[in-house]
Design a protein around this ligand. Structure first.
Ligand code: ZN
Length: 152
């Protein structure tokens, strides 16, 4: 990655962590889940409004580091209008990206690629994936808090 691109990615992450999009409780949500990353202390609640298998709206609240906040912000922005199947495909592609596995070519990640740099910082990978694990729990209507340290 050249340094200009790296700077751009950095700027997007800082922008989303300082001014997170879709931040706040989503009153009309019909799915929600809480996520916790004990390694960093990140806590998130993800809210989804799903109609006929399509994610019509998404929001989140909580407290976390810049990476976890930016990831949740970019994720909620990306999810709107996606089907549940598309959301799982994005999670798989994003997980492959940040863990350094080859990303499936079939899934265009768009802005989510801005977080690809965390693969160089293994301790931050769970910060980046917390929102997605919590999303998965919300779609599955799991109760309780999903932790990045449970079976992940
Ligand atoms: Zn974190």
């Amino acid at each position: 990655m050249n340094s200009n691109l790296r700077d751009l990615y950095q700027e997007v992450i800082i922008d989303h962590s300082r001014r997170p999009r879709n931040f706040g409780r989503l009153e009309q949500a019909n799915h929600r889940a809480e996520g916790y990353n004990p390694l960093c202390g990140d806590k998130l609640t993800i809210y989804l409004k799903v109609d006929n298998g399509v994610i019509c709206d998404a929001g989140f609240e909580g407290e976390g580091c810049a990476i976890s906040t930016a990831s949740a912000s970019l994720m909620t922005e990306t999810l709107k209008g996606k089907t549940e199947a598309e959301a799982y495909a994005l999670f798989a592609g994003f997980h492959a990206l940040v863990t350094g596995e080859a990303a499936p070519a079939a899934t265009a990640l768009g802005k989510l690629e801005m977080l690809g740099g965390v693969r160089e910082f293994p301790a931050r990978v769970k910060c980046a994936t917390l929102a997605w694990h919590t999303l998965s729990a919300a779609l599955h209507d799991q109760s309780g808090t999903v932790s990045t340290e449970d079976n992940l």
